[in-house]
Design a protein around this ligand. Structure first.
Ligand SMILES: NC(=O)c1ccc[n+]([C@@H]2O[C@H](COP(=O)([O-])OP(=O)(O)OC[C@H]3O[C@@H](n4cnc5c(N)ncnc54)[C@H](OP(=O)(O)O)[C@@H]3O)[C@@H](O)[C@H]2O)c1
Length: 293
């Protein structure tokens, strides 16, 4: 599945029939503080998106609830008409309230409207990949997803969505979705310090399904650990580079969508993620959070 048809670290992966670079970009950080409202630096946000594409990134992750609508509008302003190689992955299943909360909205009529909103704000006729965002802001919640996922399958059959994924999902929900219709990716929280999905990652890898960790760098609380700092110092690299390189080495089906609002950080992350971690480095990093915890 991985091919070296890019100079970006990690090569490429195929989501259904869409080839993307394993090094992608997550656009959430481009909205304002707490992912509400416009960015403090509009031109800076546009520059980050254009730099991502100039660096060869072909996978941008977004949601119409970022801002709300702000990141999709920025992506459209910066990059539309999109290069054929670029694939924007969005997610639906919730909205923002005026207090900045993330209430869920997964009734069929709500999901249909969210797909229409994404098509409109991104300026697309078909959404390349749509993740059904499950659970709530506190994490995954075990409940049936059949009605919501079947709604997405219906929208896919009507040509509005090319491929489906799930996000913030339990293992049982991933299995439930796959029993209804194929999915190309699972987007859950996972990083060096949060490894609940280790077994799921291995199972999806065996089946050719992508796993896309959100908060790969720790999200709103960037990863901090003495082991991470020690490995980074030994390799003369940044801690962020080590965290991203570890994910790329962890499994070939892992796709990166690190977020940043800084062109300098974006370049630094791309340059650093190709680092090769040796057995000693991996053993030390494994001690930050034991497998599966
Ligand atoms: N499915 C879901 O429920 C869900 C939830 C959350 C996020 N997501 C997706 O996942 C993507 C990634 O998550 P995220 O952006 O929240 O978290 P992240 O990628 O783990 O971390 C982003 C943070 O790291 C900082 N950072 C990045 N590169 C850096 C560097 N080289 N040096 C120092 N700091 C650096 C950024 O600050 P600067 O801006 O200063 O660089 C930002 O504060 C999001 O963009 C979004 O698309 C999905």
């Amino acid at each position: 599945m991985s091919t070296p048809s890019t100079t970006l670290p990690g090569g490429t992966w195929t989501l259904g029939d869409l080839t993307v670079t394993r090094f992608g970009y997550g656009a959430m950080q481009l909205a304002g503080r707490w992912v509400m409202g416009p960015p403090a630096d509009h031109d800076g946000a546009i520059a980050v998106l254009r730099e991502a594409v100039d660096l060869g990134i072909t996978h941008i992750d977004t949601s119409d609830s970022y801002g709300p609508h702000i990141t999709n509008q920025l992506i459209r302003e910066a990059l539309h008409p999109y290069p054929d190689s670029l694939h924007v992955v969005t997610k639906i299943g919730g909205r923002r309230d005026e207090q900045g909360g993330w209430p869920t909205e997964r009734r069929p009529d709500q999901l249909r409207r969210q797909v229409e909103d994404n098509l409109e704000s991104l300026g697309l006729d078909t959404l390349g990949v749509v993740n059904l965002r499950l659970g709530n802001a506190d994490g995954p919640v075990q409940e049936s997803i059949a009605e919501a996922y079947e709604t997405l399958v219906d929208l896919q059959q009507r040509g509005l969505i090319r491929h489906l994924g799930v996000s913030n999902a339990t293992v049982a929900q991933v299995d439930e979705a796959r029993a209804i219709a194929p999915l190309v990716c699972v987007q859950n929280m996972y990083n060096l310090a949060h490894r609940l999905d280790d077994d799921l990652i291995d199972r999806l890898a065996a089946d050719g399904v992508a796993y896309v960790p959100f908060f790969p760098l720790g999200g709103f609380s960037p990863l901090q650990s003495s082991a991470l700092s020690a490995v980074a110092a030994r390799l003369d690299a940044t801690a962020m580079s080590v965290a991203l390189a570890w994910l790329l080495q962890r499994s070939p089906n892992i796709l990166l969508i690190p977020g940043t609002s800084s062109v300098a950080h974006l370049r630094e992350n791309v340059a650093g993620a190709g680092l090769t971690l040796g057995e000693d480095d991996l053993a030390e990093l494994d001690r930050i959070s034991p497998r599966g915890s």
